[in-house]
Write a protein that binds this ligand. Structure first.
Ligand SMILES: Nc1nc2c(c(=O)[nH]1)N[C@H]1C(S)=C(S)[C@@H](COP(=O)(O)O)O[C@H]1N2
Ligand SMILES: [Mo]
Length: 506
């Protein structure tokens, strides 16, 4: 004869059951070398792909690269609440809660099976997860019961010992799963590739005004902005990597990493920019990219008449379409990049191979963890096009003020203002700056490195005490001056002048 399980124990049984289920699934996914089959990861990735566009835009705007941490935290809270419910409805019998936990296990299986990189072995993780969840929950509910005529302290000790064992086991399994999922051979693989990436020469003197507050001309790899839909960074190895270039071509190419590196490797400085960058935003960076020209590969395969785009797909299911007329321009130097700033691509930036196309926003050109390239017509819609963004995304001429910063307070007198301007593949001709709506003044420009990269500017104004607003606008070499009209990032990139308000003290 037993009394109902006390509320606190029942709630704990729910949370510990769900937690050990997720940890066990995570461990099996890591052991299998299929980190995206971890139920927590798969559910998170599905949430990212299914989220309506405004929600995603908000997430990127509000949390930037931390959006994934926010998503995982949010998921954990929801799961914890449901787990408490599972516990509380099982105070007299383990079954109602077991059914609820089992239902979540099935949801995890569905999420794993729906992933674009799904293969049957990936089901092992969610299946183990489901079983562990139901068993641990049932065990803790059974241990949590109090014998009506028994000794309460003995009950408590028994429940606490079991609970401690479960928590420790789940912690170890979760941590081991994360470690196993991270290594994945990518690190070793990167070291092997390292020797094959050429070094980079320093940018020419005067290529940036870092002393006046601009970024350095080349962005160090760890500081390079990162935008993608991958909850966990795909872990690929060069040994397994293969690219299929197929579709409307005369000769299909299947390239291993060695095949790719047998082609001439070029090094180009390129400024990559994200279409989701707000006016004044941080999603722009520059690197020397090392890679093979996409044009050479397309010519080798032979593009058939009528083909319009190269549809590229990543190992994690992201895809995009890039116009063939851009990729085939002789001087565009669109690259299948294998390196960045003298190193193999970092895992976060697409190891082992990604595409980079000067002049196009990343969402229509810069596929990371590239595994497939299909020459096709414009009919096939890409990932962001399906979500309301423009099919094509040439980068808009833009400029940004890096110094002063909003709300800075500076001494009155000479104030140096500095920032960046970009019009990839066209080049920057002029940057003008004005203070408090006064006349435009042409700023000093940094050394011109390439029309595919950003260009730094600076100028000094003599300012009186009080509040001031500075604005800037760029003119590109096609003679186009940035419009003042403010437009949002969706569907094809923000427009408007960046402005910064600060004050000078006398
Ligand atoms: N596989 C994959 N590649 C991707 C994306 C992605 O979500 N998945 N995002 C694209 C977008 S929107 C941009 S702006 C660039 C960013 O590249 P970075 O993270 O190396 O800066 O990658 C592009 N390539
Ligand atoms: Mo982007």
């Amino acid at each position: 004869m037993t009394a109902p399980v006390p509320r606190s124990r029942a709630a704990f049984a729910g949370v510990a059951g769900a937690g050990s289920a997720l940890a066990a699934g995570h461990l099996v996914a890591g052991l299998d070398g299929l980190p995206t089959s971890s139920p927590m990861v798969a559910v998170g990735n599905s949430a990212i792909d299914l989220a309506p566009t405004p929600v995603k835009e908000f997430a990127v705007r509000a949390f930037g690269t931390a959006d994934k941490v926010v998503l995982l935290t949010g998921m954990s809270v929801v799961i914890a609440v449901l787990a408490v419910v599972a516990g509380l409805i099982s105070r007299r019998s383990r079954w109602p809660g077991s059914v609820l936990i089992g239902a979540f296990g099935v949801l995890g299986m569905v999420a794993v099976a729906a992933r674009p990189d799904f293969t049957a072995p990936a089901l092992a993780a969610p299946v183990v997860s489901l079983i562990v969840g139901v068993v641990v929950f049932g065990l803790l509910i059974a241990r949590g019961g109090q014998a009506v005529d028994g000794e309460p302290s003995q009950d408590r000790r028994r429940f606490l010992t079991t609970s401690a064992a479960v928590v420790a086991g789940a912690g170890v399994a979760g941590a081991a799963g994360t470690l196993l999922g991270q290594g994945g051979g990518t690190d070793t693989s990167r070291r092997l590739v390292g020797a094959r990436i050429p070094g980079v020469a320093a940018p020419p003197p005067g290529a940036d005004f870092a002393v006046s507050g601009t970024p350095s001309f080349l962005t160090p790899n760890p500081n390079f902005y990162r935008i993608d839909t991958a909850l966990t960074v795909p872990q690929l190895r060069v040994e397994d990597w293969q690219l299929r270039l197929h579709g409307m071509v005369d000769r299909e190419l299947v390239l291993s990493f060695d095949d790719l590196l047998r082609r001439p490797l070029v090094t180009r400085p390129i400024t990559l920019a994200c279409v989701s960058n707000e006016v004044g935003g941080p999603y722009i960076s520059t690197a020397e990219f090392h890679g093979v020209r996409v044009r050479d590969l397309l010519l080798e395969a032979g593009v058939r008449p009528g083909a319009q785009q190269l549809f590229t797909t990543s190992a994690d299911g992201f895809d995009t379409g890039t116009p063939l007329d851009v990729l085939l321009e002789p001087d565009r130097d669109a690259l299948l990049a294998v390196g960045m700033n003298g190193e193999p691509l970092p895992a976060e930036h697409g190891f082992p191979v990604r595409m980079v196309v000067p002049g196009l926003y990343g969402y229509v050109s810069a596929t990371k963890w590239l595994v497939d390239a299909e020459v096709t017509t414009f009919d096939r819609q890409h990932y962001w096009e399906k979500r309301g963004w423009a099919k094509q995304g040439p980068i808009k001429t833009q400029s940004r003020i890096d110094r002063p910063r909003n709300r800075d307070s500076l001494p009155a007198g000479p104030v140096t203002m500095a920032g960046i301007a970009w019009a990839q593949h066209t080049g920057i001709d002029r940057v003008e700056v004005r203070v408090d709506g006064g006349p435009w003044r042409t700023a000093e420009l940094a050394t011109d490195v390439s029309r595919d990269t950003w260009r730094m500017w600076r100028t000094t104004f003599h300012l009186k005490p009080g509040e001031h607003t500075v604005e800037c606008r760029a003119t590109d070499r096609a003679g186009h001056t940035q419009t003042e009209q403010r437009r949002p990032v969706i569907p094809d990139g923000a427009t408007g002048w960046h402005s910064v308000t600060f004050s000078c003290a006398g």
